[in-house]
Write a new protein. Structure first.
Length: 164
């Protein structure tokens, strides 16, 4: 497929046009999630869907939200469902961001999120924020899949960069 501009895709998507505003701006601007967790969720969806364009847009935002290069390396390089493979990144991410990353792996790869995964997030988020975490991951799964499928900014075949 030819390269398409993201704004053109979003502005011409009748579903998003009906929403009356940019879905992603609403998710980012109105979220009560901790900023580092919100950006980790977004970037993990980006990695799992190979949406390079979105990584290039969100890595600077994630850094402004407080994520370090070491944390971004974990988000970028850890395999999906990393705890099941024996990896423990709590010393780098902290328990809250590990729980968010496990949640994001589940919702992105399987859609269904088991209760024990939600229970891992509960110590860090209230019920409303849990819904926001789902909305953030779900909306970015939509957006990233659109970006990759429509080859936004000719990034479809370009791997997500490794942070430096």
């Amino acid at each position: 497929m030819q390269c398409l501009d993201l704004d053109g895709v979003l502005l011409n998507d009748p579903l998003l046009a009906q929403a009356g505003s940019n879905l992603f701006e609403v998710i980012r601007s109105n979220s009560s999630l901790p900023a580092d967790m919100r950006e980790l969720i977004i970037l993990r969806v980006v990695v799992l869907t190979n949406a390079t364009y979105a990584w290039l847009q969100h890595e600077p935002v994630a850094r402004m939200a407080g994520l370090t290069t070491e944390q971004l390396l974990v988000v970028r390089l850890a395999p999906p469902f990393f705890p099941e493979q024996g990896f423990n990144f709590t010393s780098i991410l902290g328990s809250d961001l590990v729980a968010a990353m496990i949640f994001t792996d589940w919702i992105t790869k399987n859609v269904y999120v088991p209760d024990n995964v939600f229970d891992g997030l509960r110590p860090f988020l209230n019920d409303s924020q849990l819904v926001e975490a789902v909305s953030t991951a779900a909306s970015y799964n939509l957006g990233c899949r659109q970006m990759v499928a429509l080859n936004v900014d000719a990034q479809m075949d370009v791997p997500v960069p490794i942070p430096v």
